[in-house]
Design a protein around this ligand. Structure first.
Ligand code: NI
Length: 254
């Protein structure tokens, strides 16, 4: 079944129909979902939410756009959430020089701090990196050796993707791969073995064609899997089965 390794179901865009939508997942071929926090406030929300859905797990971490909300006290409260059930990863964490909401120094400081936390907790990390290829790679090489995780919503070159695979990381592929102009990502998918790819929505964002621009959800991952199958000349079922096995290995879900 489809494994959505990265979703944001605490988002307000799901307020009206969250429950119905999530209860329809199994009938639409979706097996598991990891609900990922981004803002500091969302950390507790995503952990609370996954307790109500047996097929959902949580990732706790603060996105680079929001690290201004962190201080020692907030960080300690966030750390406590890892004692709750079904928290399987640290994320999403990283660097975002596109939106540039916080200074690069502050982003780097909290990125490194959260990588260290993942090591201490022996959990995988979900990495967000936008227009910060060099700094991200530098920090990953120094602080993420031996860790597992996903380079989420991958947007860099196929050469760099191979470097991340060598470091032991999966490449997260979502709706963008279905866009006509996504030549770089299509090439990356062609160049990587399927054993290094995981599927993700990043919903409510980044809906695949034919829903581009609309609200995304995990059911639409079928369009992402179909595009990957086409690019690699394999069957849809092979894509679903291997990426599900990859995700389960990553998160330690049996
Ligand atoms: Ni995300």
């Amino acid at each position: 079944m489809i494994f959505d390794t990265h979703a944001h179901y605490d988002d307000m865009q799901f307020s009206d129909d969250r429950k119905e939508l999530l209860h329809s997942m199994a009938d639409n071929g979706v097996g598991n979902i990891v609900n990922v926090s981004a803002s500091y406030d969302s950390c507790k929300r995503v952990v609370d939410m996954v307790q109500d859905y047996p097929f959902m797990y949580a990732a706790v971490g603060v996105h680079p756009d929001n690290v201004g909300d962190l201080d020692e006290e907030a960080f300690a409260r966030m750390e406590e959430l890892f004692t709750r059930d079904k928290v399987v990863a640290v994320g999403e964490i990283g660097l975002d020089y596109y939106w540039d909401q916080e200074s690069h120094d502050l982003q780097k400081e909290w990125f490194i701090r959260q990588l260290k936390l993942a090591r201490q907790l022996r959990l995988p990390v979900l990495i967000h990196s936008r227009e910060a290829a060099c700094d991200t790679m530098e920090i990953m090489k120094e602080y993420a050796q031996g860790l597992k995780g996903v380079i989420h919503c991958y947007s860099y070159s196929k050469e760099m993707a191979k470097e991340y695979v060598k470091l032991g990381f999966y490449i997260g592929v979502g709706g963008v791969v279905t866009f006509k102009n996504a030549r770089k990502l299509k090439e990356t998918v062609e160049a990587l073995p399927l054993t290094s790819i995981v599927l993700e929505t990043d919903c409510p964002y980044l809906a695949p064609t034919p829903y581009r621009g609309k609200r995304n959800n995990s059911i639409y991952i079928q369009y992402v899997a179909a595009e990957i199958a086409k690019l690699k000349g394999i069957t849809y079922d092979e894509v679903i089965a291997q990426t599900e096995a990859n995700a389960k290995e990553l998160y330690g879900i049996l």
